[in-house]
Design a protein around this ligand. Structure first.
Ligand code: C2O
Ligand code: CU
Ligand code: CU
Length: 498
């Protein structure tokens, strides 16, 4: 606890009457580098170890609905690990909500009915839609009321998702069960004849803290700092499930729907994860890896080939140990999902050499570069230990526009975590971007970062540059860290596209 020590040494105890504002200037005058030298200290909670289950329950798959539907946020119950516990959901039984599946070009009309006892709304994470339909933190729906989200889906095939986004309640509502998938299909994707139907498996991966009385959400100060993690890994709302597969290619589409936990995904038989897509849809060409990081908010579209295995064998999707992601992520490897091979079949599928035409946006087309310091502990939240996560020294203020951007221009945004000691998955509303460069930390782009993204992981020590072609969807959007505790703690700003 470096900060504690610092405070003690300077005589500013927790009982100090020092105001937030003078704390800022006082601490800033000490120099950030002096305080935060990126030596891997984690200011937050201790790692929460994962308790693996026995992989004896079948993987549930959310049912699929069209873009003309009703989503009712409600308190309900879910059967997890064999017991019924109270949760929140977008349907009358179980965690999560249905998977919305649409073709690119359709008009969606989704009636959101808020049957919670508190305000909520829906953000369509990954959809490029008008600001008034985007689920801005201030555009909330009162308990008992409804709102009709209407937008046309004018973007390429991709796996997007939806979740609540009310100011300072996003993390709790999402952790208690509110989230769902939103799949867009298009003709380019259809032309690839990728595995579909039962051979296309969606996976919402989330960690939860479970007790017999429900899903516990009570972050301590340290957990606001590190993010709130759980000991139980759920996939599609079930703990440690299994999926039956045959000896062929499967398309596995994954969302990290956790609040704060990052996964280092791999297969237990050391087979390739053949990455074909990410947040914004298909990559240009496939990229085979043995393991890949997936941060909260990010999606991954992979092909997995079970050919060569025999009936009765088991392969686990697992998370390998993660290095350099701050202490709170822990150093533990664990299993997420069991694939049980049930029978041998013939498979004629071959992995396409080329997937999609994607033009690289050149940095020279950028008309402006904006720099964002995302180091945690830019101090100044007063002595109450809230507002510890900031962007350029600021926490979210609904009455302040932080960046004004001209419609239809291209910009470079730089997320600088070079002095930070925590991972920050940075997410932008209203746009898709390309990741141009990473320096420090991992020092390079990873295979899932080609193509289009809406969330990019910035690890401790890293500076990541992204290129954003802004559209004509004028209005006010937020951008924030998708560690949801960080977001609710204020690590979110607003940009106005004009
Ligand atoms: Cu998935 Cu603003 O969030
Ligand atoms: Cu979003
Ligand atoms: Cu963060």
């Amino acid at each position: 606890m470096k900060r504690r020590k610092f405070i003690k040494n300077t005589g500013l105890g927790a009982g100090s009457l020092l105001s937030g504002i003078s704390a800022v200037s006082f601490l800033e005058s000490c120099g950030e580098n002096h305080m935060m030298n990126g030596d891997g200290m984690n200011m937050g909670g201790q790692p929460v170890s994962v308790k693996e289950g026995n992989f004896s329950r079948p993987l549930p798959v959310p049912n699929t609905v069209t873009g003309n539907t009703t989503l009712t946020a409600q308190a309900t119950t879910a059967n997890i690990n064999g017991s019924n516990i109270p949760v929140l959901g977008y349907q009358s039984k179980g965690l999560l909500g249905p998977t919305i599946r649409v073709n690119s070009g359709v008009n969606a009309s989704i009636n959101f009915q808020n049957n919670l006892s508190e305000k909520s709304n829906i953000h369509w994470h990954g959809l490029k839609i008008p600001a008034i339909m985007d689920g801005h933190p201030e555009d909330v729906v009162n308990p008992g009321s409804s709102f009709n989200y209407q937008f046309s889906v004018n973007q390429r095939a991709a796996l997007s998702w939806y979740h609540p986004h009310p100011d300072r309640a996003t993390a709790r509502q999402a952790f208690q069960g509110l989230a769902g998938l939103f799949i867009i299909n298009d003709t380019e994707e259809a032309g690839l004849n990728l595995p579909s139907g039962i051979y296309e498996i969606p996976l919402v991966i989330q960690d939860k803290r479970l007790s017999s009385s429900g899903i516990t959400y009570n972050p301590s100060m340290g957990e606001v700092m590190s993010g709130f993690m759980g000991e139980t890994i759920l996939v599609n709302g079930e703990a440690s499930p299994f999926a039956e597969v045959t000896t062929r290619f499967y398309r596995v589409r994954m969302l990290n729907g956790s609040n704060a936990r990052i996964y280092n995904l791999a297969l237990s038989n050391n087979a390739d994860l053949i990455i074909i897509g990410n947040d914004g849809g298909l990559l240009k060409s496939p990229s085979a890896v043995k393991n890949i990081l997936l941060a909260p908010g990010e999606r991954l579209d992979v092909l997995v080939n079970f050919a060569g295995l025999t009936a009765g064998m088991e392969v686990f999707l697992e998370s390998k140990e993660i290095n350099n992601a701050g202490n709170a992520q822990g150093k533990q490897g664990f299993k997420i999902l069991k694939f049980k091979i049930t029978q041998t079949v013939n498979d004629s599928f071959t992995v396409p050499v080329s997937l999609s035409s994607i033009s690289t946006v050149s940095p020279s087309s950028s008309s402006k570069t904006r720099n964002f310091n995302i180091n945690a502990m830019q101090m100044g939240g007063g002595m109450n230990m809230t507002g510890m996560h900031r962007i350029n020294g600021k926490t979210y203020d609904k009455n302040r526009i932080d960046e004004t951007v001209a419609a239809s221009t291209t910009e470079i945004w730089v997320f600088d975590n070079s002095q930070g000691d925590e991972p920050h998955p940075m997410h932008m509303h209203g746009v898709h971007f390309q990741v141009w460069e990473r320096s420090g930390g991992r020092g390079q782009l990873i295979p899932s970062e080609s193509g289009w993204k809406d969330t990019v992981l910035v690890m401790p020590g890293e500076i990541v540059k992204i290129i954003i072609p802004f559209s004509t969807l004028t209005g006010v959007f937020v951008f924030h860290c998708h560690n949801l505790e960080h977001e609710d703690d204020g690590m979110m700003l607003q940009y106005k596209l004009t």
